[in-house]
Design a protein around this ligand. Structure first.
Ligand code: C2E
Ligand code: MG
Ligand code: MG
Length: 603
């Protein structure tokens, strides 16, 4: 009995015990479920993306926020490489290295980084990522939380924009300009390039504000900004310092002189009328220029010196520019004076044309001449084109001047033809500005017609750089000129691109070997080889080859041996005025190379 009671007791106790254990197990399970539900609810409603990733970087779990951030459905995310959700930038790569590579399996310290997530359709979203390691059932995994920080990034960018840019003009403000200036100085110093800083202040701007109101004033400032952009190169850094003050940093200057040209353009542009509500308003600018490294070695002095120079420009009566450095100022004044005289020279017809004969190398027959411009400035010596053509080019005056040269040269060529030089050909140089001008073809057609010159008696000389700047456009213009019937020559050949490919492409008749190759032949064997190659190439392309700057019989003899077609140079004649050239023609229908000829030395 005792025995059976004990057994029963044991059963009861066991039963009772089991019931307890079950209850507590039940309770535990219920609490686990509740926790799980709570956890799920947290994970599913979390605004941040959450992923659990295994040691190989494969996604085991992803919450809805992650799915909507990257645009993949949750099942698609399962098994995907986590790295596919990131852009392959340096930050992401560093992150993966830190997370997955050497510490595999080891518990890792939490990793934080900012990078770009990559969405299913390839977009980037700035994100902040936190990752930490955990061990579940002896397996290492990573929990990764991804936060979309686009909004924060946008606000930061907006703040940066507000603090570094001028709202009205969209230009960098003084603060950013200063930072970029420091950077540019480092670059300029490393590359050994000069820079110039233009400090631009509008004259009488207050008057516009007073008459056109503040909105009108704002509009004018926007127009000024647009004009500044047009006058300066893309690499120049323009800033609005506030009010009517602007600055421009000219980087990568090959020549500090370019600052003068830019300042002139800015003055011209600022002085053009501003249209506002049907009315025209007028303004001008005063500009101060400092240069690095010549007068200002650092950012502070560049800014200070340019500003000081700007005040001097105001003192000088506004609407002008002043360099900080006295030497540059003197040179700029010289230029301004030269420009004024150049304009007067056009009105007063002070330009004349000189002629230099071109002869057949094999026979000495004079076949024509090159027209070369001279400025016959009263009270001064004859001025050579190199002294004034660059300025005439810059100011656009070369267009009317070039037209006159063409007219005069064609008229005189016709006279020499009439005097018995049948087939006489006149070569006229074109400048880049003339070549770019839309009326060129029409002008040429009209002028040869008016002068009664057969178009094939005119040869236009262009340089390689003129055609290479815009080969498509150049090819079109050259074809139009060929259609008029004129001949085309490439001048100064060998000094530029000298490419066979483009010679084929452009319809030219003649190449002129640059004087620099001729001057040291026959002594300089490299130059002999180059000249030989150019002549051979010209031959194979059926182009006529002219050698320029022939000064000695030895050069002429070499050219004859090499089979060069034509030559010109001091050996035959310097460029001379029309009357003298007429006399030359009478004496030398055929020019004789005298074995004992003495070279005429350049003046
Ligand atoms: P270019 O067209 O290459 O002209 C040849 C230059 O070489 C001329 O200089 C000529 O006087 C010079 N020259 C000729 N033979 C010799 C020689 O034996 N020895 C030396 N040392 N020099 C010689 P110039 O007349 O001073 O003209 C210089 C440049 O100015 C010309 O080079 C041409 O590019 C430009 N130019 C001249 N006239 C005009 C023009 O009417 N319009 C344009 N756009 N440019 C012109
Ligand atoms: Mg020429
Ligand atoms: Mg030349």
């Amino acid at each position: 009995m005792k025995q059976s009671l004990r057994r029963l007791g044991a059963v009861v106790v066991r039963e009772l015990g089991d019931a307890d254990t079950r209850r507590s197990a039940q309770l535990a399970a219920q609490s686990l479920q509740a926790n799980q539900a709570l956890l799920n609810s947290i994970i599913n409603t979390a605004a941040d993306g959450i992923a659990v990733v295994d040691l190989d970087g494969k996604v085991e779990f992803a919450n809805p926020a992650l799915s909507s951030l990257v645009g993949y459905a949750t099942p698609e995310l399962h098994g995907m490489q986590f790295s596919e959700l990131l852009h392959t930038d340096a930050a992401s790569t560093g992150f993966e290295d830190a997370l997955f590579a050497p510490t595999r399996g080891a518990s890792i310290d939490p990793v934080n980084l900012q990078t770009q997530a990559r969405t299913r359709d390839g977009h980037s979203i700035p994100v902040e990522i936190r990752a930490s390691g955990m061990t579940v059932n002896d397996e290492s995994k990573f929990t990764i939380v991804i936060r979309d920080i686009s909004e924060r990034t946008r606000s930061a960018e907006r703040l940066w924009q507000l603090t570094h840019f001028d709202e009205l003009s969209g230009l960098p403000n003084r603060l950013l300009f200063r930072q970029l200036l420091e950077q540019a100085l480092l670059d300029a110093n490393r590359e050994n390039k000069p820079m110039a800083l233009l400090f631009i202040d509008l004259d009488r701007f207050k008057l516009i504000n007073d008459t056109a109101g503040h909105d009108g004033g704002d509009e004018v400032l926007r127009q000024v900004t647009a004009r500044l952009r047009q006058c300066l190169r893309e690499s120049d850094l323009i800033s609005r310092f506030g009010g009517d003050e602007f600055a421009a940093l000219m980087r990568d200057l090959d020549d500090p002189e370019a600052a003068r040209a830019a300042a002139t353009r800015v003055l011209d542009a600022a002085a053009r009328p501003y249209h506002l509500n049907g009315e025209d308003y007028h303004l001008s600018a005063s500009i101060g220029i400092s240069t690095y490294p010549s007068d200002s070695p650092d950012a502070a002095s560049l800014l200070r010196n340019a500003e000081l120079a700007m005040y001097r420009a105001k003192d000088q009566g506004k609407n002008n520019f002043q360099f900080h450095s006295p030497q540059m100022n003197a040179r700029a004044t010289e230029y301004v004076t030269l420009e004024r005289s150049l304009r007067q020279a056009v009105e007063r017809n002070e330009f004349i044309v000189h002629y230099q004969p071109q002869v057949e190398v094999a026979t000495g027959r004079v076949i024509g001449a090159e027209a070369l411009l001279r400025w016959n400035r009263p009270g001064a010596d004859m001025i050579a084109p190199e002294k004034f053509i660059p300025l005439a080019e810059e100011t656009g005056l070369i267009v009317p001047i070039g037209r006159k040269v063409l007219q005069q040269a064609c008229t005189e060529a016709r006279c020499w033809q009439d005097a018995g030089m049948r087939g006489f050909r006149i070569a006229v140089n074109l400048s880049p500005r003339q070549f770019a001008q839309s009326e060129l073809v029409a002008d040429v057609r009209r002028i040869v017609k008016e002068c009664g010159l057969a178009p094939e008696s005119l040869e236009l000389e262009i340089t390689e750089s003129m055609v290479m700047d815009n080969p498509d456009r150049a090819a079109a213009i050259l074809s139009e000129l060929r259609a008029v019937g004129v001949q085309l020559a490439i001048d100064d050949f060998g000094t530029g691109y000298s490419s066979l490919a483009y010679l084929r492409r452009f319809p030219v008749n003649t190449i002129k070997v640059d004087r620099s190759f001729i001057q040291d032949v026959p002594a300089n064997t490299d130059d002999v080889a180059i000249t030989h190659a150019i002549i051979a190439m010209g031959r194979s392309l059926r182009l006529s080859v002219v050698a320029e700057g022939v000064e000695t019989p030895a050069q002429a003899n070499l050219l004859r041996r090499l089979g060069c077609d034509l030559m010109q140079g001091y050996l035959i004649s310097k460029p001379v005025a029309a009357a003298e050239f007429g006399r030359f023609l009478q004496q030398h229908a055929v020019w004789q190379l005298q074995p004992e000829s003495v070279a005429v030395k350049p003046a």
